[in-house]
Design a protein around this ligand. Structure first.
Ligand code: FES
Ligand code: FES
Length: 168
């Protein structure tokens, strides 16, 4: 029996503003690339088949499930992970709202929640709680009951609206 050799492919991606040139197996999931190759373990992996939302990241400005993409499919893309939002010392408004509203308990879903919320706050007016809940419907949280997450999103939405009003 002869050993099968796996062809490796070169990819180039920009993650949180930093360019990475790496060599990967064609079958490597983007989630595993971020976590194991780049060491960005903020992106969590739960179901590994696109259901729980824990692995959500931004790819070229839109939220994506990194467990449903291969690393090679991200070649040439610009990626943002939860590490790119802010830091413990300098949280962005959404992260701050999650902390202030107690919008997390165990925190496993939180990176994916934050990335989904980032996307929907950017793209939709989110005028009602139903719209916010609809936007969150692809992300599973087993701890919070979602009430505080909705409150955190509402807070950022209202803050952004107030800031836009001040600059008019
Ligand atoms: Fe990707 Fe659950 S780990 S959606
Ligand atoms: Fe535990 Fe959401 S905070 S799963």
């Amino acid at each position: 029996m002869h050993e099968q050799t796996i062809e490796l492919l070169k990819i180039s991606v920009v993650v949180n503003g930093v360019r990475y040139d790496e060599v990967v197996e064609p079958r490597l999931l983007l989630a595993d690339f971020l976590r194991h190759t780049l060491g960005l373990t903020g992106t969590h992996v739960g179901c590994e088949h696109g259901v729980c939302g824990a692995c959500t990241i931004m790819v070229d400005g839109s939220s994506m499930r990194s467990c449903l993409m291969l690393a090679v499919q991200a070649h040439g893309c610009e990626i943002q992970t939860v590490e790119g939002l802010g830091s413990m010392e300098n949280m962005n408004p959404l992260q701050q709202a999650f902390q202030d509203c107690h919008a997390l308990q165990c925190g496993f879903c939180t990176p994916g929640m934050l990335m989904t919320c980032t996307d929907m706050l950017k793209k939709y007016p989110l005028d009602t709680d139903d719209e916010i809940r609809d936007g969150l419907s692809g992300n599973i949280c087993r701890c919070t009951g979602y009430v505080h997450i909705v409150e955190a999103v509402r807070r950022v939405r209202d803050g952004a609206a107030a800031a836009a009003g001040e600059t008019k």
